[in-house]
Design a binder for this molecule. Structure first.
Ligand SMILES: Nc1ncnc2c1ncn2[C@@H]1O[C@H](COP(=O)(O)OP(=O)(O)O)[C@@H](O)[C@H]1O
Ligand SMILES: [Mg+2]
Length: 212
């Protein structure tokens, strides 16, 4: 499935995604940015591009019409280079900027023998660098989520250290329990919510990829 369909599936299951709109033209991008309110992020939408940053398909912190215009042109140019031609480009995602906070990844997959499992880890660029993740079989309890946090090397970051507030653990529990439920109900093969950005008040789901 493409990014837009992945987002729709999550919305049907009452996941609260960071507000966004799908723009097919630059004019539409401006209209969406205006209705969402600056600053916004801009991302390429193409079924041939799953790692958008790798091809120069993501621009964040756009503060006004002018920077949106420039970012739009750059992303489109980069995407044309990456896909060889313009065909598979469906447009751009205009998305509100997320809160500042800690980027986590919530992942999942279906094991042919054991069924659905869920993973938690430090997200964004750190996933590959630290490989700091914990995992459980679905369904999970709130206590499982607490244990999964404790098992991470980065748990001081998540729980709060050195004057930094920790993350909203209640929000993480709710999100992880819903993720297990959704994966089992929809029989999802693989899922990545990466990143979900947490602060002490809540979280923003920024990016998602689902394989059915
Ligand atoms: N709306 C946003 N607000 C804040 N940061 C963002 C936003 N969108 C993307 N980012 C940052 O850019 C990174 C890459 O964006 P993402 O949508 O995850 O694309 P991809 O994983 O396909 O490269 C994210 O991990 C995050 O750090
Ligand atoms: Mg991502």
């Amino acid at each position: 499935m493409g990014m837009l369909e992945d987002f729709e599936l999550l919305k049907r299951h009452r996941f609260r995604l960071l507000p966004y709109g799908w723009a097919r033209t630059k004019t539409e991008a401006h209209l969406i940015a205006k209705s969402l309110g600056y600053p916004v992020a801009l991302k390429i939408i193409s079924d041939e591009i799953s790692h958008k940053t790798d091809v120069g398909g993501v621009k964040i912190g756009l503060k006004n019409d002018q920077s949106l215009s420039l970012a739009y042109d750059e992303i489109m140019e980069n995407a044309r280079l990456a896909t060889g031609n313009g065909k598979p480009i469906r447009g751009v995602l205009v998305q509100k900027m997320a809160r500042k906070g800690i980027e986590l990844i919530i992942g999942g997959k279906k094991d042919s023998q054991f069924g659905h499992m869920i993973i938690l880890g430090l997200g964004g660029v750190y996933v590959e660098i630290f490989r700091d993740i914990s995992a459980r079989l679905c369904p999970i309890s709130e206590k499982d989520v607490e244990d999964m946090i404790d098992e991470l090397k980065s748990h001081p970051l998540i729980e709060g250290a050195r004057g930094q507030k920790g993350i909203n653990v209640a929000g993480l529990k709710e999100l992880m329990l819903s993720t297990c439920r959704m994966m089992e109900k929809e029989d999802v093969k693989e899922l990545d919510l990466n990143p979900v950005i947490f602060d002490s008040n809540g979280y923003d789901i920024v990016d998602a990829r689902i394989m059915k």
